[in-house]
Design a binder for this molecule. Structure first.
Ligand SMILES: NC(=O)c1ccc[n+]([C@@H]2O[C@H](COP(=O)([O-])OP(=O)(O)OC[C@H]3O[C@@H](n4cnc5c(N)ncnc54)[C@H](OP(=O)(O)O)[C@@H]3O)[C@@H](O)[C@H]2O)c1
Length: 218
């Protein structure tokens, strides 16, 4: 039996963020989650927040921190561009992916970490990808964004005081809207988010200060 924690999950209106937030809440944890879309997550305090909007994340973090200091912050919000070689991507697509996947992770970290540092405890888990450690054609900017998450996390880990950790997490391959946009129907041969949480929930709850700076895989 794991003691109840306070956990923040970004990118929880659908996909793996949503499944994780719901499973954690069902397990008795206090969960604060966000996404841009309206969403109903029973047992979860959900807010509509765009992680690439600094003011919005600041206001949301202040609201969460008034309630409690999180033990765990999971930065799962992410986007993919359409499958295409780099020279066919419009500047807006490049900017959108970098803005959410890199700046969004940094913004989430900037607004929640001071409370964890103040408490002397807590873990920030930044969602990376297999494509944050390898590459794929037609995914250049997504790969660049996830390699950036790995680099950001390692540098950040070296800045943190003892007791607080930052880790990069490759979640594996899960059948979500994002995967369907890359793999089409072949995404159906991968686990659903509901299947994934059976391993992922204990994995995230098992993270500790000892993991600081590690590049992990669920
Ligand atoms: N599925 C996989 O196989 C896989 C593999 C490797 C890594 N990942 C990573 O895992 C994370 C989740 O992916 P997924 O497959 O669950 O994708 P998904 O089904 O497309 O869900 C993405 C989630 O992120 C939210 N989001 C997107 N932009 C946002 C923003 N600016 N602010 C706040 N929330 C935002 C979306 O909600 P709104 O649209 O409502 O904002 C949605 O809830 C991503 O970081 C992804 O790169 C996934």
């Amino acid at each position: 039996m794991v003691e109840s924690r306070t956990i923040v999950v970004t990118g929880a209106s659908r996909g793996i963020g949503r499944a994780l937030a719901l499973d954690l809440a069902e397990g008795g944890h206090r969960v604060f989650a966000c996404g841009r879309s309206a969403a109903e997550l029973p047992g979860v305090t959900y807010a509509r927040v765009d992680v690439s909007d600094d003011d919005a994340v600041r206001a949301w973090s202040e609201e969460v921190l008034r309630a409690d200091t999180p033990n765990l912050v999971i930065a799962s919000a992410g986007v993919m561009h359409r499958n295409a070689p780099l020279w066919e991507l419009a500047d807006e697509e490049v900017a959108r992916v970098l803005d959410v996947n890199v700046r969004g992770v940094a913004t989430t970290a900037r607004h929640f970490l001071p409370a964890l540092i103040n408490a002397g405890a807590g873990v920030l888990a930044n969602l990376s990808s297999g494509w944050g450690r390898s590459t794929s054609p037609e995914g250049s900017i997504y790969c660049a964004s996830k390699w950036a998450v790995e680099g950001l996390t390692q540098a950040l880990a070296a800045e943190l005081p003892s007791g607080v950790a930052a880790v990069a997490v490759n979640p594996g391959i899960i059948d979500t809207e994002m995967l369907r946009s890359c793999f089409g129907g072949a995404a159906g041969s991968y686990p659903t988010p509901q299947e994934w949480v059976r391993d992922a929930t204990p994995f995230f709850l098992g993270l500790s200060a000892k993991d600081n700076g590690r590049a992990l895989t669920v």
